[in-house]
Design a protein around this ligand. Structure first.
Ligand SMILES: [Cu+2]
Length: 354
């Protein structure tokens, strides 16, 4: 078998979304590691869950193949992370079965930005602790309009935990049907030996008003590591992936339990005739009625930021209202003023001015 350095050559993969922040499934097919790098100060937690169902003595049995990704962005271009699969079939030789597969990886995006038009290139050196193998991937994305084409060249020093260096290649595509929905597919496999190739197809969603993406997938690969993405098994697995960027800033309420009250807006001498609480990501007091020339006060009782943003810009609306902040606005003209929260468009309310 010829020796392949793990500084492979290549093309490939996915991407996270420029426009969505790090790591969107709308730019990355399921079995390609990609060019995504979490933003600095963001911890990325992704969860892939695949399964098949087979009859057993006690009824149908579900066999699960989860892979967790935990990665942290060190800068705009550099990340460190780990993939962990708890039911891996990658190292499954006679006498050597290691179902717990841990892959430590770094990712350095050397060209471009995922989700942006043009080429993006990333290098992913890795160590697969189950295979005891130095692995690596070079990924290239090309994005034009709604389409992202991806390719990957992979090298592993001990494929399947055997003492054999091998090269693998993968390629795929994502087509964004809209800003919220995409379809994606990929295939990849080892260049040598008689190892079945891995493949996947998926439908991918942005969860509106959130930084999360979700995909429903079918694939024959068990784990989302460089080796796992290169080996197909003899079963069709179904499953999903959920991507969770955790902005460390979100946890600031843990350390600032009672943020100082911040008063925004003003009544300009008018009486405050109604109070609306922003609580549990809802406007409590969804509809309030006041007289012309009176004011409404909104108070943010949540640990997250909200806004009061009038539909069709009927009134100027608030700046970002921090936790424990309030906003007062006077209404001078009779009318029905529907409003929402910009970060949470499902938060809606109405002010009726008589
Ligand atoms: Cu909100």
């Amino acid at each position: 078998m010829k020796r392949v350095s793990f500084a492979v050559l290549a093309l490939a993969v996915p991407s996270a979304a420029g426009s969505l922040g790090a790591q969107s499934l709308l730019y990355r097919p399921p079995n390609l590691g990609g060019t995504w790098v979490p933003d600095g100060g963001v911890v990325q937690f992704n969860f892939v869950h695949r399964f098949y169902v087979a009859p057993s003595a006690g009824g149908n049995k579900v066999t699960n193949f989860p892979t967790f990704t935990l990665a942290v962005g060190l800068s705009h271009e550099l990340a460190l992370g780990t993939h962990y699969g708890s039911n891996s079939l990658v190292v499954n030789l006679p006498g050597v079965y290691r179902p717990n597969e841990t892959e430590l990886f770094a990712r350095w995006r050397v060209v471009g930005e995922e989700g942006k038009p043009g080429f993006t290139v990333a290098l992913t050196p890795a160590y697969n602790a189950a295979a005891r193998s130095a692995d690596g991937e070079v990924s290239v994305d090309y994005t034009v309009g709604r389409l992202t084409l991806t390719g990957a060249a992979r090298g592993v020093s001990k494929a399947f935990g055997q003492d054999t260096a091998r090269a693998a290649f993968g390629g795929g595509a994502v087509f964004r049907v809209s800003n919220y929905i995409a379809v994606s597919t990929d295939a990849g496999g080892f260049a040598s030996g008689h190892v079945p190739a891995a493949w996947s197809v998926a439908i991918d969603f942005v969860i509106p008003g959130s930084p999360h993406t979700f995909s429903l997938q079918a694939s024959n690969a068990t784990t989302s590591t460089i080796q796992g993405n290169s080996i197909g098994f003899n079963k069709m697995l179904y499953g999903f992936e959920f991507t969770i960027p955790l902005h460390l800033k979100r946890f600031s309420p843990w350390f600032h339990k009672n943020p100082k009250p911040v008063a925004l807006g003003g009544a300009a001498g008018a009486a405050i005739a109604a109070n609306v609480r922003m609580s549990s990501v809802k406007f409590v007091g969804e509809t309030v009625t006041i007289a012309a020339g009176q004011a409404v006060r909104w108070t943010n009782a949540d640990p997250i930021e909200h806004t009061v943003t009038f539909d069709g810009a009927a009134e100027p609306g608030s700046p970002v209202i921090p936790p424990n902040g309030s906003y007062v606005h006077r209404f001078d003209k009779p009318g029905t003023y529907a409003y929402h929260c910009t970060p949470h468009p499902f938060m809606k309310g109405v002010v009726i001015v008589r």
